[in-house]
Design a binder for this molecule. Structure first.
Ligand code: NAD
Length: 286
């Protein structure tokens, strides 16, 4: 078994991006800019947004976190996005989800300019992806595809467990575009263990700790574990586990992405790649 080492590949991707960031600064006299909107105080979201801000700054980009109170109205959030949309120094806009109760995420996600939508959640980017056209592609599935680079996916039977708009569905689109044969499974799928046993490539994006057992995995399969679940660990401390029972799976799979250190670091690196792509192409396409 070999590990799909997201930490290492994310560092490689950042090293590829660094000279492009420098070239952008040279050409445009300013840094590529990522603006993150965080509404409320959700502790996990505070950590995630800080990590994104830091990762962008470490790569030589400008990053600004815009914090709005939990009680912010729909109109206030939309107004902030509008001002970022029209600001020329803003290349990428990300609205951290989930939003506090009372805010409707759909119009908020759709308010972000398509060419600044570095999360790839705007319906136009989703549509372009499904048409196989150039788009800003959601970061997590994009990171998964980078983890699969160099491995043969053509014609391989791939089972994606999870059909969310941010992971499962775009993952299926990217795999189709890479000529895999794709089955999408979800909470209503029958006979999930047997279905998984037919998968040459298995992608787990469920949100349930160690849900996929070793016995579900076809010998020699490639396993991508997207899940991030916090569970009780030793000594009252919590620890992170994926959606796959790693200790069981590693004995059977040919490649597997660990949690932590697999898909997670790739997601952030792909956000940086999207921000740079948005900056470069917006200024070229004027
Ligand atoms: P989600 O809750 O939106 O979707 C979960 C999907 O799992 C649903 O489509 C549902 O049908 C399916 N599902 C639920 N129970 C099931 C069952 N018993 N059998 C089969 N399918 C079942 O979650 P999401 O946003 O897609 O995230 C999935 C996981 O990935 C979570 O653990 C999340 O924390 C993690 N995640 C990680 C990253 C990263 O950067 N590594 C990014 C996004 C999400």
């Amino acid at each position: 078994m070999a590990l799909l080492d997201g930490k290492l590949l994310a560092a490689e991707l950042r090293a590829e991006l660094a000279p492009r960031v420098a070239a952008f600064v040279q050409a445009h006299g300013r840094k590529p800019g990522l603006d993150v909107v965080l509404v409320g105080e959700d502790p996990a979201s505070v950590v995630y947004t800080r990590n994104k801000e830091k990762a962008a700054q470490d790569l030589g980009m400008r990053s600004t976190l815009h914090r709005l109170p939990k009680a912010a109205t729909q109109a206030e959030v939309l107004a902030r996005i509008e001002s970022l949309n029209s600001d020329d120094a803003v290349d990428g806009i990300l609205v951290q989800l989930p939003l506090p109760e009372g805010l409707d995420p759909t119009p908020i996600v759709e308010a972000v300019r398509v060419d600044k939508d570095v999360d790839g959640f705007h319906p136009v980017n989703v549509g372009l992806l499904s048409l196989g056209r150039n788009a800003l592609v959601a970061c997590t599935p994009q990171g998964c595809m980078r983890l699969l680079r160099g491995l043969d996916v053509r014609g391989k039977h791939t089972v994606v467990i999870g059909r969310s708009n941010i992971v499962g569905k775009p993952m299926a689109q990217l795999l189709l575009a890479a000529d895999a044969t794709v089955t999408v499974a979800h909470s209503k799928t029958r006979g999930l263990p047997e279905l998984c046993q037919t998968a040459d490539i298995l992608v787990a994006a469920i949100g349930r700790p160690e849900f996929v057992r070793g016995s579900w995995i076809k010998p020699g399969a490639i396993v991508l574990d997207v899940g991030i679940n916090r569970v009780d660990g030793e000594g009252g401390k919590s620890r992170l586990v994926g959606d796959v029972a790693f200790a069981e799976a590693e004995a059977i799979a040919s490649y597997i992405s660990p949690v932590p250190g697999g898909v997670g670091p790739m997601t952030i690196a792909c956000l940086l790649a999207n921000t740079l792509q948005a900056a470069e192409s917006r200024l070229v396409n004027r």
